[in-house]
Design a protein around this ligand. Structure first.
Ligand SMILES: C[S@@+](CC[C@H](N)C(=O)[O-])C[C@H]1O[C@@H](n2cnc3c(N)ncnc32)[C@H](O)[C@@H]1O
Length: 332
């Protein structure tokens, strides 16, 4: 999964052209329009409150820079005091995407800082945001057998194709999972804590805001979910053939929010919000929606359409969840 998605030359995410949005392979809340970024900007500005001094928004998985552009444009117009002191940092390991982000964000070049790794940033109080990042992190695949969990790898088949192969006992991963009947297959991301640790070090007792699709552990590893959630996407069609044509399609697996919350807590964080996207955005959008009351122009119609897509249970409202973690050490 790591190589198929992130090889700098041939990985899926290094491909030129549009991957996200109508002409790409999948939609995200960002590709619905600028409203998602505008609402996040309101939430970030509210978190900063009346404080003064430099602060940072740190984005991961910024892709072509659209969310950063939408957030910064809204901060500049609706929260100028917060905008005046913000640094918008992006951690982007893929050079091709960093170049696209620089292009998208050229008008905000003075406040944008795109780096290759967390270690390139000095710590500064801030809030990390990531939409659909964790689901794109490589995962490990395990399968239950009569003798416990084994880990699955990928091998070259006799026809030159890739095929699944047992690579050994699941070892420490087995301790993270409940017993399941033979044949039950699922995914785990056991390295979340080491992934998050350098990020927690860079936000200066700030916050993290994770938006993604997934479940709590009980639901994730429920009896009925016996084939896991590993999926690929091409042209808005999901298929279950992640080994075919690596590099040409997106590969994803849902987020185990229980594991994500636990990894954050082991690094000193406290989960202060976990709810579906509809609830979160409805709360955050209230002032904006009230300000539009009584207006019936095209701009309002656009906002309403985007809000419905982001919050409707049949669209992005209930599948997506928001987890916010506070690292200030305060308990209230
Ligand atoms: C599903 S896309 C989401 C893009 C965007 N956030 C959106 O919502 O439209 C996942 C993104 O995460 C990025 N990504 C994956 N692993 C990463 C990592 N370790 N650090 C930074 N970005 C990463 C990928 O390159 C890709 O741009």
């Amino acid at each position: 999964m790591a190589r198929a998605l992130y090889e700098p030359e041939s990985g899926y995410y290094a491909r030129p052209g549009r991957l996200v949005g109508r002409s790409g392979d999948f939609f995200t809340s960002v590709s619905v329009g600028s409203l998602f970024g505008r609402l996040l900007a309101a939430h970030l500005a509210a978190w900063r409150g009346g404080k003064s001094g430099p602060w940072r928004i740190l984005e991961l998985g910024a892709h072509d820079g659209s969310l950063a552009r939408d957030v910064l444009a809204e901060l500049a117009s609706a929260h100028p005091a917060a905008f005046a002191e913000v640094e918008y940092a992006i951690i982007e390991p893929l050079p091709a995407l960093a170049a696209r982000q620089r292009e998208t964000l050229s008008e905000f070049a003075e406040v944008v800082n795109i780096v290759n790794a967390a270690e390139d940033l000095e710590p500064r109080r801030g809030i990390l945001i990531a939409n659909e990042l964790i689901d794109a992190l490589p995962c490990r695949i395990v399968e239950a057998t009569e003798d416990g969990w084994v880990e699955m790898g990928v091998d070259l088949g006799s026809e030159g194709n890739f095929e699944w192969k047992v690579i050994g006992d699941a070892g420490e991963i087995a301790a993270l999972l409940p017993a399941r009947p033979p044949g039950y297959r699922t995914e785990v991301r056991p390295d979340l804590e080491s992934f998050l640790s350098p990020l927690a070090d860079r936000i200066g007792q700030g916050r993290m805001l994770w938006v993604d699709y997934g479940f709590e552990a009980d639901d994730y590893y429920a009896d009925g979910r016996s084939e896991g959630t590993l999926q690929t996407f091409v042209k808005h069609r999901a298929d279950n053939a992640p080994l075919d044509a690596p590099g040409s399609k997106d590969i994803t697996a849902h987020v185990d929010f229980t594991a994500l919350g636990a990894a954050c807590e082991s690094l000193g964080g406290r989960v202060v919000r976990f709810e579906n996207q509809a609830r979160f955005l409805t709360e955050v959008a209230r002032p904006l929606l009230l300000s539009l009351e009584g207006r019936m122009d095209e701009e309002v119609a656009k906002v309403v359409r985007q809000f419905q897509t982001l919050t409707h249970p049949g669209q992005l409202g209930s599948r997506f969840h928001v987890m916010e973690v506070d690292f200030s050490g305060e308990t209230t």
